[in-house]
Design a protein around this ligand. Structure first.
Ligand SMILES: O=C(O)C1=C[C@@H](OP(=O)(O)O)[C@@H](O)[C@H](O)C1
Ligand SMILES: C=C(OP(=O)(O)O)C(=O)O
Length: 454
């Protein structure tokens, strides 16, 4: 679990162009959901391509503690023997979700309508993130939460004895909130309805449908109305997890940062609720070919061929934010080498991620000599073209994997090396980041590590 071990400082510096093929691991969002829904089905679910990052492994441990059989049978290949909807047993210890907002929030939802009491916690980052957005709707089902002041973890949640179905309009665009309510609705009688004004990633809906739940989504003037019929028997599935577009973002952006690069990133999930970064990059003038478009595991995918070329700053439409919410840090890094300003508005949700990502990016970019403007809900990066980023700074990554990877990518195009104080959290979402980037030719190393040790 990130934050529990020693800090791992890392440094990135300019070198040769990036070339080759980047095999991206499985999607983190889909991986969490595959383990949770597998645990709620009756029988054995088979998963291939599961992301074996710390966040997902913590969800696997949680599902085991709730009574499911979770076994690793090969690289990325797992089986989950489910206990059925309502069948979770009470764990005999605290459930520690490490660094994972998705993990803790979805699992709280999944247990909130079963009559058990569970204490949840996480690392220093997760213990500072808002949980009221989950415990408030779960209270409508009849669940009771007691946490620290401000609704922070650790939280003890007692599931509803006689759950009520709920109709809930999400107050913030959040797939985690939507998913927690839907997962709680699984063990409530009748129909649970979630209304979201802005569409967020829809992996929970797609996967629930795959497991045989009755779920419908309707686009209305109010927004997306999602209706789930409770107390289904979920049928075990065979799930091929697509490769994670949020992880792919790093080698894609690195290829756009480093002159002369030409990188192939195969089989990337391009679900429209996740693909906002790629639309933005194309608007910036990026040379990206989407080759061999196809469907895999119920999700649209393509092979991305990315070549370095000149980029211009753009204004990102605020309504695109939910489809690229985790990609703003790496976009902000890239924006420093575009010509002109990149304007990112409608992004205040970034302030409650693993770190306050607007502040973390602003302080880090400033330290690297990049000019910017920031506000409560926006960040504007003034790019001055390739070769314009001085670098030469040490950036604080604040237990945030995406901040860590974004600055390592920027270091590949800066005039002086960029150091990050701690790369350990990268293992939460992208454990193969360092070897993958190095195989493309990136000069990224652990500070103090000998060349052969990596
Ligand atoms: O549901 C999910 O899998 C996720 C939803 C998003 O969080 P919010 O729901 O807080 O927007 C995203 O930032 C996170 O990385 C994964
Ligand atoms: C926000 C993220 O994850 P989580 O909320 O699951 O911690 C992320 O991976 O960028």
């Amino acid at each position: 679990m990130a934050g529990h071990g020693a800090a791992r400082p890392m440094v990135a510096q300019a070198g040769t162009p990036l070339r080759g093929t980047a095999p991206i691991p499985g999607d983190k969002s889909v991986s969490h959901r595959a383990l949770i829904l597998g645990a709620l089905a009756v029988g054995e679910t088979k998963i291939t391509g599961l992301l074996e990052g710390e966040d997902v492994l913590d969800t696997g441990k949680a599902m085991r503690a709730f009574g499911a059989g979770v076994e690793r049978i090969g690289e990325g290949a797992w089986t989950v023997r489910g206990v059925g909807v309502g069948g979770f047993q009470e764990p005999d210890n605290v459930i520690d979700h490490g660094n994972a907002g998705t993990g803790v929030r979805l699992v709280m939802g999944a247990m909130a309508t079963t009559d058990i009491t569970v204490t949840f916690t996480g690392d220093a980052s997760l213990r500072s993130r808002p949980m009221g957005r989950i415990t408030d709707p779960l209270a409508l089902f009849g669940a009771e939460a007691r946490g620290r002041r401000g609704g922070l973890l650790p939280i003890t949640l007692t599931g509803a004895t006689n759950p009520l179905p709920v109709q809930y309009t999400t107050p913030v665009p959040s797939a985690q909130v939507k998913s927690a309510v839907l997962l709680a609705g699984l063990n409530a009688p009748g129909e649970t309805v979630v209304i979201e004004r802005e569409a967020t990633r829809d992996h929970t809906e797609r996967m629930l449908r795959g497991f045989g739940a009755e779920i419908a989504t309707e686009a209305t003037a109010e927004g997306h109305v999602i209706t789930l019929r409770g107390q289904p028997e979920l049928r075990p599935q065979t799930i091929a997890v697509p490769r994670d577009p949020s992880s792919a973002a790093f080698p894609v952006v690195a290829a756009l940062l480093v002159e002369g690069s030409d990188v192939l990133v195969p089989g990337i999930g391009l679900n429209p609720t996740r693909a906002g970064l790629f639309d933005t990059l194309v608007e910036m003038g990026a040379d990206i070919a989407f080759e061999n478009r196809r469907e895999e595991g119920g999700e649209p995918v393509a092979d991305l061929r990315v070549r370095f070329g000149p980029l211009r700053g753009v204004e990102v439409p605020p309504e695109r934010a939910p489809s690229m919410i985790d990609e703003y840090p790496v976009l902000a890094a890239l924006a420093a080498t575009a010509e002109g300003s990149t304007i990112m508005r409608g992004i205040k949700e970034l302030r409650v991620k693993e770190s306050d990502r607007i502040d973390a990016m602003a302080r880090g970019l400033e330290a690297c000599g990049v000019s910017l403007e920031e506000g409560k809900d926006h960040l504007i990066v003034h790019g001055r073209g390739p070769g314009s980023v001085p670098g030469g700074a040490t950036v604080g990554t604040r237990l945030d994997h995406r901040i860590a990877m974004a600055f390592l990518c920027l270091g590949l195009a800066a005039n002086r090396p960029i150091t990050i104080d701690d790369g350990a959290p990268i293992a939460t979402s992208f454990p193969s980041f360092l070897p993958l980037m190095r195989a493309l030719g990136a000069d990224i190393r652990e500070v103090g590590a000998r060349e052969t040790a990596l």
